[in-house]
Design a binder for this molecule. Structure first.
Ligand code: 0GY
Length: 309
C-alpha cells in the first residue's frame, strides 16, 4: 500500500551533529516514536497526518549516535490503536526499549498481557484536537482502571489552555500520570504567570504526576539556532523546563521526540536537542535523575531495584 506523506511534511534530520553534552551512562530517551514503515505496518485509516517512514533501525542508530542506552517509544496517533509497529520495535530492541501504547476499551485481557510481555508499560490519552477525535472520559477511565493492576501508567497530551477543564479527570486517574511536553505552555507568556503557575500547582498537588521536559523545538517562539552553528537554541523554553526540573527533580523525563511529527517551520538537529539538556538540568545530579534514575524507576523498575539494592 502507498502512503503519500502529508503535504509540507518535514522529514527528520538526516545527519544529526554529535552532541557536545555527554549523557550519563545508561541514559534513556523517554519520548520518541516509530512510523511504519507503512508498507509493513500500514498507517491507521483514522489518522490526521501521514508521516514519512521512520523505522526502528533508524531510531536505534540515533540512540547510539546521541550516546543514549535506551528508548521509551510512544505510540503515535498516525497508527491509531494498532500497536504492531511499536511492538515490533520493542521486541527487536534486546530489552532496551519500553513502550506506551494506545488502546481502546474493547481490548482483551490477553492482548493487554501480550503488550506487557513486549515491553509496554503505559497507555497514552491524547486531548490535542488536531491529532485525534474525541474519546468519552468514561471510556478512558475504564481503560485506566484496567491497566492500573498491570503497574502501567497513563501518559496525557494536552494544550495548556485545556488544563482547567481536564483537571478533575486527571485528578481521578488511579495511576502515575505523565504529562507530555510540560502541558504545552505558551512560552511567550511569563514563566511566573497564571498559565504556567497552574501547571506547577497541578504537579505540586498531585504527587503521582510526572512531566516530560521535552519539545523545546515545538514550544519555542525564538526559534532554532542561527545558521552559523550557534548551539544555544530554543532559549525561551529554558526557564519553563528548568523550573520543572528544579522543582520536581524526581518526576521529570526527557526525550528527543524523534522523528518530530507535524513540525511546520524547521526540523531540529537531534544533537543540538541533546545539547539543550545541561541548560535545563544544570548539575550532574539533576542530569542523572532526569536521564537515568527517573526513567529507569518508571520503565525498568526491576533493573533499577537490582542496581540499587
Ligand atoms: C509528539 C507530538 C505530536 C504528535 C504526536 O502521536 C502523535 O501524533 O504525539 C504533535 O503533533 O504535537 O509528542 O510527538
Amino acid at each position: 500500500m502507498e502512503f503519500p506523506v502529508t503535504p509540507g511534511w518535514l522529514p527528520y534530520h538526516p545527519d544529526p551533529a554529535r552532541p557536545h553534552f555527554v549523557p550519563p551512562a545508561g541514559a534513556v530517551d523517554a519520548h520518541c516514536h516509530v512510523f511504519g514503515p507503512g508498507a509493513i505496518f500500514p498507517y491507521a485509516p483514522e489518522r490526521k497526518y501521514t508521516p514519512c517512514d521512520a523505522s526502528r533501525e533508524q531510531l536505534f542508530a540515533l540512540r547510539d549516535r546521541l550516546g543514549f542506552s535506551r528508548n521509551v517509544i510512544v505510540q503515535a496517533t498516525c497508527h491509531g490503536a494498532d500497536n504492531r509497529a511499536l511492538v515490533d520495535a520493542l521486541t527487536h530492541s534486546a530489552g532496551r526499549a519500553r513502550g506506551v501504547a494506545t488502546v481502546r476499551r474493547d481490548i482483551s485481557d490477553a492482548d493487554l498481557q501480550s503488550l506487557h510481555a513486549a515491553g509496554v508499560r503505559g497507555v497514552r490519552f491524547n486531548f490535542v484536537k488536531r491529532l485525534v477525535d474525541f474519546t468519552p472520559r468514561e471510556e478512558l477511565m475504564e481503560i485506566a482502571e484496567r491497566i492500573a493492576p498491570l503497574g502501567w501508567h497513563v501518559v496525557v497530551y494536552f494544550e495548556a489552555v485545556d488544563l482547567p477543564e481536564l483537571w478533575d479527570f486527571f485528578s481521578a486517574l488511579p495511576t502515575i500520570v505523565v504529562v507530555d511536553h510540560m502541558g504545552r505552555p505558551d512560552v511567550s507568556k511569563p514563566v511566573d504567570g497564571p498559565e504556567f503557575a497552574l501547571f506547577m500547582e497541578f504537579m505540586r498537588r498531585h504527587p503521582n504526576v510526572w512531566s516530560k521536559v521535552t519539545c523545546p523545538e515545538r514550544l519555542t517562539h525564538s526559534g532554532p539556532p542561527a545558521l552559523d552553528g550557534e548551539r544555544d537554541a530554543y532559549r525561551d523554553v529554558v526557564p519553563f523546563a528548568r523550573r520543572v526540573v528544579e522543582t520536581f527533580p524526581d518526576r521529570v523525563l526527557w526525550g528527543t521526540d524523534w522523528p518530530h511529527p507535524n513540525l511546520k517551520d524547521h526540523m531540529p538537529d537531534d544533537g543540538l536537542l541533546v545539547d539543550f539538556i545541561p541548560h535545563i538540568a544544570t548539575t550532574a545530579e539533576l542530569q542523572r535523575k532526569l536521564l537515568v534514575d527517573n526513567p529507569m524507576r518508571l520503565y525498568w523498575p526491576e533493573q533499577y531495584a537490582a542496581a540499587h539494592s
